[in-house]
Ligand binder design. Structure first.
Ligand SMILES: N[C@@H](CCC(=O)N[C@@H](CS)C(=O)NCC(=O)O)C(=O)O
Length: 218
């Protein structure tokens, strides 16, 4: 199978959930990182470097044997299935994973919305609301789901799934300090989220990925 993932050269959850699920399970793929000039072209007409058109003119997209699939969640599920990080024979557990990935989409949307206002005062207020109300609410929901799964430190079942990878990388973004008005300590009160995150860092292939791609643990 020929797999090519197109995304920017950043460790953002939308791409990392897929890249890492493939990498740590030794599934060959091309990690195509779009350059600035390629993205300029892409913005004009949705054309990818391979000449094909992305269906929603958004990234990430995954090329599978010459055909294109878009949408983070669809791509993550596809790669989760082929890498063994998304169940193919347990509909309940797969729906449990879906609800986490959909929550990641909702959180991402709330963050993007809070940064949209051009007026710096309005943006500051939106980011305060995000940090003090919206993110704590979402983190508590996620924390409760982790507590509910008494079997393990993971969101679903007894092993790491694409749900854990997605939230781990989403949290990495939210606590990175790159988001104006969002403190780097934002996740600290949620002990189970922190434990899940720490557990991911113990995975030797994930350590290897970070060193190869980013030169350090991120
Ligand atoms: N619903 C899409 C959203 C993807 C998305 O917003 N991608 C951003 C980059 S992170 C993008 O391509 N933005 C350009 C645009 O929407 O025109 C998904 O889940 O993949």
């Amino acid at each position: 199978m020929n797999l090519i993932l197109y995304y920017f050269s950043i460790p953002f959850w939308r791409a990392e959930v897929t890249r890492i699920s493939l990498f740590i399970n030794n599934i060959d793929f091309t990690d195509y990182r779009i350059s600035d000039s390629e993205y300029k072209e892409f913005k004009k007409n949705g054309r990818l470097p391979n000449g094909m058109i992305a269906p929603f003119k958004q990234l990430p997209v995954l090329e599978i044997n010459g055909k294109i699939i878009a949408q983070t969640s669809a791509i993550a599920r596809y790669c989760g299935k082929i890498s063994g990080m998304y169940p193919t024979n347990n509909n309940f557990e797969s729906a449990q994973i879906d609800q986490i990935i959909d929550a990641a989409q909702d959180i991402n949307f709330a963050v993007t919305l809070s940064g949209k206002d051009k007026d710096p005062i309005k943006k500051k207020l939106a980011r305060e609301k995000l940090s003090q109300i919206h993110l704590p609410k979402w983190f508590q929901f996620l924390e409760d789901l982790l507590i509910e799964n008494k079997n393990s430190k993971w969101f679903v079942g007894g092993s790491m799934t694409i749900a854990d990878l997605a939230i781990w990388r989403l949290i990495g973004w939210l606590k990175s300090g790159l988001l104006e008005g969002v403190p780097t300590s934002i996740v600290d009160p949620y002990k189970n989220l922190v434990m899940m995150r720490d557990e991911i860092y113990k995975h030797p292939k994930i350590k290897e990925w970070m060193i190869i791609k980013y030169g350090k643990e991120i």
